[in-house]
Structure formats: structure tokens, C-alpha cells
Design a protein around this ligand. Structure first.
Ligand SMILES: C[S@@+](CC[C@H](N)C(=O)[O-])C[C@H]1O[C@@H](n2cnc3c(N)ncnc32)[C@H](O)[C@@H]1O
Length: 188
């Protein structure tokens, strides 16, 4: 995985990297507790960064399941490519809002879960809404969108958009992370 110096360089060059440290193991487990790994066959991750979630997902996923990683930063993308030679991984150097065209027709089933670490607060409102709309459209029936953000997120940044498209939305906090996280679970 990417070392700390290179991670900090990415953070300094690209404001969309947004967080000075990768998510803690507590944060990763807290989000991934919401996944039923015995049933999931297609999982999508937006903004995997150094791959802390990707690694946990691959360790716990069914051998026949696939993991689609969509990472916009080219340096992070190159490192992910080296770190995860696993044939279940499908990597795209692209932006989350293109999920529909990226996965279209490639798998028999729609994603069971989309996990997102992208910083919604940094995005213009129309892009936030578009990402949530595209994600809802791409997910399978009863699929879940699991998005984590820093704890100080305003409801306008993400919650209002999730509530506009998803049937059920809840949020909770994980304090054992720097900074503490707000985790959203949105069910289609
Ligand atoms: C806060 S970091 C999270 C990294 C990692 N998931 C973690 O939990 O440590 C945000 C990541 O999202 C990526 N990113 C930002 N906007 C994106 C977008 N629109 N589509 C895909 N990736 C994006 C950044 O390059 C960065 O890797």
C-alpha cells in the first residue's frame, strides 16, 4: 500500500483527497459491519485512496464476489493497481458520478453495496446530487449506499440528497478515528 510520505504528497496536491490520514481500523470495521458478506456479489468503492477499505473488503468478500474501485486521483490509482493484483478487483481512474457507465453491462447483477469516502462537502451541490442519484440508480434492489465523512458534515452536504432518493437513511458517529467520522447508511 502507499506509504505515508506519498499519501501526504497526494493530500497536499489534491484537495479532493481531503483527509490527512487514512480511515482507522475502527472506522473501517464500523462501516463494513453493515455488509452481509455471505450474500454480496458486487461491491463498489468510491475514493479508495490507499485501499484501507479495499483490503478489508477483499479479506471478507465471497471468493466469487467482485470489487469495483473508482479512484479519481491518478497517483492513488497507480498505487492501488500495484497493491491489489487480485482478479476480483476492477479498477477505474475515474469519478464516482460515472458509476452507471463504468459498470453498465459488465456484470449479471447490480451492486449490492456502494461504499464511499469521497468528500461531499468539497463538491458543488449539483455534483453531490448527481452522485447520489447515479448511485441510487446503479444499486440493486434493497442495495445499500454506505458513505462516511468527517463528523462536522452539514446535513446539506449529503443527508438531504440521500433522503431525496433513498427509502431509508440513518446516520451514526465513530469517534475512534482522526477526525471522528459520520457514517450514513442509505437503503434503496
Ligand atoms: C478522504 S479520502 C478517503 C480515502 C480512503 N477511502 C480512506 O478511507 O482512508 C477521499 C478519497 O476520495 C478520492 N476522490 C475524491 N473525489 C472523488 C470522486 N469524485 N470520485 C472518485 N474518487 C474521488 C480522493 O482522491 C481520495 O482518495
Amino acid at each position: 500500500m502507499m506509504n505515508t510520505v506519498n499519501y501526504v504528497k497526494c493530500f497536499l496536491r489534491d484537495k479532493n483527497v481531503a483527509s490527512i490520514t487514512p480511515t482507522s481500523p475502527f472506522g473501517v470495521k464500523r462501516v463494513c459491519k453493515k455488509i452481509d458478506f455471505s450474500k454480496a456479489r458486487l461491491i463498489v468503492e468510491y475514493g479508495p485512496g490507499t485501499g484501507v477499505f479495499s483490503e478489508f473488503l477483499l479479506q471478507n468478500m465471497h471468493p466469487a464476489a467482485h470489487l469495483v474501485l473508482i479512484e479519481r486521483n491518478p497517483d492513488m490509482f497507480k498505487c492501488l493497481k500495484k497493491s491489489f493484483p487480485d482478479e476480483r478487483v476492477h479498477l477505474f481512474n475515474d469519478s464516482a458520478e460515472n458509476i452507471g457507465e463504468l459498470i453498465n453491462g459488465q456484470w449479471n447483477n447490480k451492486p449490492d453495496y456502494v461504499i464511499s469516502g469521497i468528500p461531499f462537502s468539497y463538491l458543488p451541490d449539483n455534483i453531490r446530487q448527481n452522485i447520489v442519484r447515479q448511485t441510487h440508480q446503479a444499486l440493486g434492489d434493497k442495495g445499500k449506499f454506505l458513505a462516511y465523512q468527517t463528523f462536522c458534515q452539514k446535513d446539506d452536504h449529503l443527508l438531504v440528497h440521500l433522503e431525496q432518493f433513498f427509502r431509508r437513511v440513518t446516520s451514526e458517529f465513530e469517534l475512534l478515528n482522526i477526525p471522528p467520522m459520520r457514517i450514513y447508511e442509505a437503503i434503496k
